[in-house]
Design a protein around this ligand. Structure first.
Ligand code: IMP
Length: 425
């Protein structure tokens, strides 16, 4: 059975978790393919709120095998804490499997993430300070320590000795910090984390290919989003992995021809955390209302998100970059109280209008949105579950997006609960 990818089409926090959770009820495997605990998915089931960072969303569906793929970077303490919390709330976590090729986030990664941000001063990226960038940098430099190294203390300690020598030099000589204690790291990783993680470590690539051959359904779950992609995002204000659909292949080991459905999740307005260009960014009362109604604060970091109107220039590019085959719109109900809703259809750069994303970063910073205005529906959508019940103005807004993106909208979120959505399929 070909696999499905669910990914974010904007700057993250589109509400992917809710639809991933919904889709997970029909699949056999849910695979996280990139990122680390910089991600945060909130799922609401009845009275329960689950905030997941590393464990794939599918963990909440008892028939699903959740997989952390090779493209993910793992902080073992965070993962084990998350597993423990889920277990204590009655969730069966024994099905979780982790790729031996995924990389470990080490204490020096977190330390260096914090220090580099401070060093950059006003040019800082606004990272989550979780060590994500430094861990991927070590992976690319081929000095990363992988999950499979937890299965062999000798190899692990040999690798740690070499890499820590260099990191401690940097900490001491560049940042004037105390060196990290090798024996403390070894004892945390070997005495505490390795015994608990060892039973979950596996050949996830082999498992997924065998599942594919048997006709089982695989859902590949993206974290962050298209414009935080290391290659296609608003560099350098990006994360250090590839949330785009190509990353779903490299980060899971499935090939491109094994994927036939790409669901692009887009919030009905825009948000961004951290620094970087944002042409439709709002300030003042409208921004405050979006933050308040959408509860736009980071799931993990608590940071207030920047807000703006929906941007078709970004979305058209996201559809192209990811071969998006269908769109899921989230949080449409947040717009219920706005008498006027704007959508950017083009940018103006140096007096010239363009429908394309500026390829040069300086032009992106200068881009001013060209808006189309829509009359708001001014009705409560939170109980709407069918297309017919959607107010005329809401349908007009959605039809315009669909027509502009040339991709069908198949799902529309109308509230945080699992059952608050409209299916257009
Ligand atoms: P990093 O991923 O911690 O290195 O942060 C790089 C950039 O990506 C920063 O602007 C973060 O705010 C942003 N970012 C990372 N993870 C997420 C996420 O899950 N949602 C939204 N933004 C994110």
């Amino acid at each position: 059975m070909p696999a499905t990818v669910v990914l974010g089409t904007q700057w993250g926090d589109e509400g992917k978790g809710k639809f991933t959770d919904l889709l997970a009820s029909d699949v056999d495997f849910v695979v996280r393919y990139q990122g680390g605990h910089n991600a945060g998915h909130t799922i609401v089931i009845g009275e329960d709120r689950f905030a997941l960072q590393l464990v794939p969303t599918g963990i909440l569906n008892s028939h699903v095998i959740p997989v952390i793929g090779n493209g993910v970077v793992i902080d073992p303490k965070v993962l084990l804490d998350e597993v423990e919390v889920l277990s204590s709330r009655g969730v069966d976590t024994s099905r979780l499997i982790i790729s031996g090729a995924a990389h470990l986030i080490m204490p020096y990664h977190q330390e260096l993430d914090r220090l580099t941000e401070r060093y950059l001063g006003k040019n800082k990226l606004g990272t989550t300070k979780r060590g994500i960038g430094p861990a991927y940098a070590d992976k690319a430099s081929r000095i990363g320590i992988r999950v499979q190294d937890l299965l062999d203390e000798k190899i692990f300690s040999q690798k740690l000795e070499v890499v820590l020598k260099e990191k401690n030099q940097i900490l001491a000589k560049v940042y004037n910090r105390l060196p990290l204690d090798e024996s403390k790291i070894l004892s945390d990783y070997f005495d505490v984390y390795a015994p608990k993680l060892a039973p979950m470590i596996s050949d996830t690539v082999g498992i997924l290919h065998r599942a594919y051959k048997k006709g089982q359904e695989i859902l590949l779950e993206g974290a962050q989003a298209t414009f935080l992609d290391l290659d296609h995002g608003t560099y350098p204000f990006v994360t250090s992995s590839n949330p785009t659909a190509g990353g779903a292949c490299t980060g899971s080991g499935l090939g491109p021809r094994q994927i036939d459905r790409v669901i692009g999740v887009a919030k009905a307005y825009l948000t961004r955390v951290g620094a970087g260009p944002f042409p439709t960014e709002l300030e003042g009362d409208v921004a405050d209302l979006l933050v308040e109604r959408g509860f736009e604060f980071g799931t993990n970091t608590g940071r207030k998100r920047r807000t703006g109107w929906f941007d078709l220039v970004l979305l058209r590019q996201a559809v192209a970059l990811n071969s998006v085959s269908e769109i899921a719109i989230t949080k449409l109900d947040i717009l219920d109280v706005f008498p006027e809703i704007l959508v950017a259809t083009q940018y103006e750069v140096d007096g010239e209008r363009t429908s394309d994303l500026p390829y040069h970063q300086s032009d992106f910073h200068k881009a001013r949105p060209v808006y189309k205005s829509f009359e708001g529906w001014m009705e409560d959508l939170t109980k709407v579950t069918t297309k017919e019940e959607l107010p005329y103005n809401a349908r007009t807004y959605l039809s315009f997006l669909e027509e502009q993106l040339e991709v069908p909208i198949t799902l529309v979120g109308t509230g945080p609960e699992r059952d608050q959505f409209v299916s257009f399929r």
